[in-house]
Write a protein that binds this ligand. Structure first.
Ligand code: ZN
Length: 375
C-alpha cells in the first residue's frame, strides 16, 4: 500500500515536471524569437525602446519595409506616436528637438503634407516649429523657403514686407532677416559673444559690460593719439595694412578704435549738448550699438589729406583693405541697409575670408550675416 502511494506520487510529480519543462521550452523559444526580432530592428537603426513598441503594436513587417528612419524611431519612442501618421513619420526628415513628434502630429492635423512639413522643420528650431504649428495653415511656403536662410518664425514678416515693398521673395527674406522691417533701436537682439564675424548695428546691441577679447594698445606709429586700443588680431592686421600702404606711398593713420560703452555714452552726451537730439539720431550711434565697442572697428585717415574721401589713400583702401581682412563698412550704396550715412573712414576687421567675399560681391556685412552666418 505504501509502496503504491509512493509510486503514484512519483508519477504525478513527473507529469508536473514534464509540463513545466514544456512551458519553459516554449518560453525559451518565444524569448529567442522575440530577441531575434528586436535585434533585426536594432540592426535597422531602431532603439530597444522603439523596437519593443514596434513588436507590441505588430508593426515589424511595415517597419522592415520602411528600413531605417530616425523620425519613425523617435515616434515609436515617443508617447505621442499616432498609428495613422505612421507613413508620414517614415517620410519626414529627422530634426532634433523634444517636441518633434508632437509638432509633426499638429502640422498634419493643420493640413500640411509631408513635403511642407519637411520645409517647416528645416527652417526653424524646435521652439519655432512649436509656435508655428499652432497657427492656421499658411500658403506660399515653397516661395519663401527655397532659400536656406529663410526662417519659419519670420513667415508673417516676409509676407507683410513683400506686400508693402513689392520686392521679390528673396529680397523680402533677406531684408526681414536683417530686421529692416523693424524700427531702429527697437527691441534689439542682444549680442553677447565676441567673434571676428560678429554683427553690431541699430538692431543688434552690446551690453554695457561687453569688452572685446585681447584688447591691446596701438603704437603711436600707427595711431594719431596715445592709448588707442583694439583687438589684438585686428590691430596687427591694421598695422600690416598701414605698412603695406606706406610702401606704395600712402600714409594712413588710425584716428579712432575701441570705444567702451561709457566712451560712447559720453560722445552722445557731448554732441547732444552741442547739436541736439536730431543730430544724435542722424549721426551718432547710441551706446551699445556702435561697432567701435567690438574692438574691431577703426576710423582711418590720411596723414596727407584732411578730406579722406578725396585722398589717394582712400582709393588705396578701397582696392586693398580686403587683402588684410578689412571691409569698408558704411558705403553710400549700403545706406538703406546699415541705416548709417556713408562714412569713408570707418573700416571693420572681419578676417580675410569674409572681407574677400564682401569685396568680390559688393555686399554689406549685414547681408553677409543674414545669408551666411545667422541661423
Ligand atoms: Zn567709426
Amino acid at each position: 500500500m505504501s509502496m503504491k502511494r509512493k509510486f503514484k506520487l512519483k508519477s504525478g510529480a513527473l507529469k508536473v515536471l514534464k509540463i513545466l519543462g514544456v512551458i519553459i521550452a516554449i518560453c525559451l523559444v518565444v524569448l529567442i524569437v522575440y530577441r531575434m526580432n528586436i535585434n533585426t530592428l536594432k540592426e535597422l537603426g531602431y532603439s530597444e525602446k522603439a523596437a519593443n513598441k514596434i513588436l507590441f503594436s505588430s508593426k515589424k513587417a511595415e517597419v522592415v519595409l520602411v528600413g531605417k528612419s530616425k523620425t519613425l524611431n523617435k515616434a515609436f519612442e515617443s508617447e505621442e506616436y499616432k498609428e495613422k501618421n505612421f507613413t508620414s513619420y517614415s517620410k519626414i526628415k529627422y530634426h532634433k528637438g523634444q517636441n518633434l513628434i508632437k509638432n509633426i502630429n499638429t502640422l498634419i492635423k493643420k493640413g500640411y503634407n509631408n513635403e511642407e512639413i519637411n520645409i517647416i522643420l528645416a527652417h526653424g528650431t524646435d521652439k519655432d516649429v512649436t509656435t508655428f504649428s499652432k497657427k492656421n495653415k499658411v500658403r506660399y511656403l515653397e516661395e519663401f523657403y527655397s532659400y536656406p536662410f529663410a526662417k519659419i518664425r519670420n513667415y508673417e514678416r516676409y509676407v507683410k514686407y513683400m506686400n508693402e515693398s513689392r520686392e521679390d521673395e528673396e529680397t523680402s527674406v533677406i531684408y526681414v532677416n536683417m530686421d529692416l522691417d523693424k524700427e531702429n533701436y527697437k527691441n534689439p537682439i542682444k549680442v553677447k559673444e565676441f567673434s571676428y564675424d560678429m554683427l553690431v548695428n541699430k538692431h543688434r546691441v552690446l551690453s554695457s559690460k561687453f569688452i572685446p577679447d585681447q584688447l591691446v594698445k596701438i603704437s603711436t606709429k600707427y595711431a594719431s593719439e596715445k592709448n588707442l586700443k583694439g583687438n589684438k588680431v585686428a590691430v596687427l592686421s591694421a598695422e600690416k595694412m598701414i605698412d603695406a600702404a606706406k610702401k606704395e606711398g600712402q600714409n594712413l593713420i588710425i584716428n579712432s578704435a575701441y570705444r567702451s560703452y561709457k566712451d560712447q555714452a559720453e560722445i552722445v552726451d557731448t554732441y547732444q549738448k552741442l547739436y541736439g537730439d536730431s543730430y544724435i539720431e542722424k549721426y551718432v550711434l547710441r551706446p551699445g550699438f556702435s561697432e567701435h565697442q567690438t574692438g574691431l572697428g577703426f576710423d582711418i585717415g590720411s596723414k596727407d589729406s584732411k578730406i579722406f574721401i578725396e585722398s589717394s589713400a582712400y582709393k588705396w583702401m578701397e582696392s586693398n583693405c580686403h587683402k588684410f581682412g578689412f571691409i569698408h563698412r558704411f558705403k553710400t550704396t549700403y545706406e538703406d541697409i546699415t541705416g548709417i550715412k556713408s562714412e569713408a573712414w570707418h573700416y571693420r576687421y572681419v578676417g580675410k575670408k569674409i572681407a574677400k567675399y564682401c569685396y568680390n560681391n559688393d555686399m554689406s556685412l549685414e547681408e553677409y550675416y543674414a545669408r551666411k552666418i545667422d541661423k
